[in-house]
Design a protein around this ligand. Structure first.
Ligand code: CP
Length: 306
């Protein structure tokens, strides 16, 4: 649990499992309302500061849209080159500069070495973690779990496998923690040098074929080439990865008819997934992205309105 002056959301356990399930009920209501053209203005006249020092499409746009749908306005830094960070201003100084002009909420994506937890602990303004290096991405865990709940109605015993680049995936770190708290049966399927993190508590399935035949939820993960060291790149070629860990037409035939396929995005097509996966009706990637708006709206309401 993160000690914070204000209520922040940096890790999935900053909300209890019970409170997270209540948040899903609220997200469901917000989804229904927005689909019916009703935009509850929970955040009327509020100012949300979006600070993204690492690239993003889905997370940034869904937070911005959700905030605007709820009546808030957004202040955005999403290009380090156009901010004073390009002149060497540190993450801390950037944060406290914005803190001093008093937004109502921060939504921050930053590198794993940035002192996100430290500034959030001192902040009088709530902070939401929108992706923290390879460490955590708790709002992705919210939208992924919400999407699974919509499909299966329960988590207890749900068989979820995370395939691929586990070590560099902040999504795997946050999703696995949250799903295990909800009672899901979570495993991974990854080459040895992509599963050195030992604290996830998820058993490895040796072959992709076994993983596909076992799971209710197949979660592909982006191979994060930009976070690999030269050492990692030398161990396993991209073609080796594709041969052993890519979901392809043969894998789709083995996957259960009621199973679902997910991916946090962006996808390296031809690497984690063969392009034929795009047409498979079990792929729920677009629902995940849409649900990002509703779950993030519910979270912002939770932190600002309680
Ligand atoms: N899944 C996810 O975080 O995507 P973006 O990097 O595009 O926000």
């Amino acid at each position: 649990m993160t000690p914070t002056k204000s209520r922040s959301y940096l890790w999935v356990d900053d909300l209890s499992p019970e409170r997270t399930l209540q948040l899903f009920s609220q997200a469901k209501q917000i989804k229904k309302n927005i689909k019916n053209g009703i935009h509850p203005r929970f955040l009327e006249n509020m100012q949300v500061a979006l600070v993204f020092s690492e690239a993003s499409t889905r997370t940034k746009m869904s937070f911005q849209l959700a905030a605007q749908r709820l009546g808030a306005q957004c202040l955005v830094i999403d290009n380090v080159k156009s901010s004073s960070m390009s002149k060497g201003e540190t993450f801390d100084d950037t944060f406290w500069t914005l803190h001093s002009i008093r937004p109502d909420l921060f939504v921050i994506r930053c590198g794993g070495d940035d002192p996100l937890a430290e500034v959030a602990a001192q902040s009088e303004v709530p902070v939401i973690n929108a992706g923290f290096g390879s460490k955590s991405h708790p709002t992705q865990a919210l939208l992924d779990a919400f999407t699974m709940q919509e499909q299966f109605g329960k988590f207890q015993g749900l068989k979820v496998v995370f395939v691929g680049d586990i070590d560099h995936s902040r999504v795997a770190a946050s999703d696995i923690k949250l799903l295990k708290e909800f009672g899901a049966d979570v495993k991974i399927c990854a080459p040895p040098h992509f599963r050195q993190k030992t604290d996830l508590g998820a058993e490895n399935i040796e072959t992709l074929r076994e993983a596909i035949e076992w799971c209710d939820v197949y979660m592909g993960l982006r191979v994060q080439f930009e976070r690999h060291s030269d050492e990692t790149q030398g161990v396993l070629s991209q073609q080796d990865f594709i041969d052993s860990y890519s979901l392809n037409a043969e894998g789709l035939e083995r996957l259960g008819s009621k199973a679902i396929i997910m991916h946090p995005g962006p996808v390296n097509w031809g690497v984690e997934f063969d392009p034929c996966v795009q047409k498979d009706p079990r792929l729920l990637m677009w629902q995940q992205k849409e649900n990002g708006v509703y779950t993030r709206a519910a979270l912002m309401e939770e932190l600002l309105k309680g």
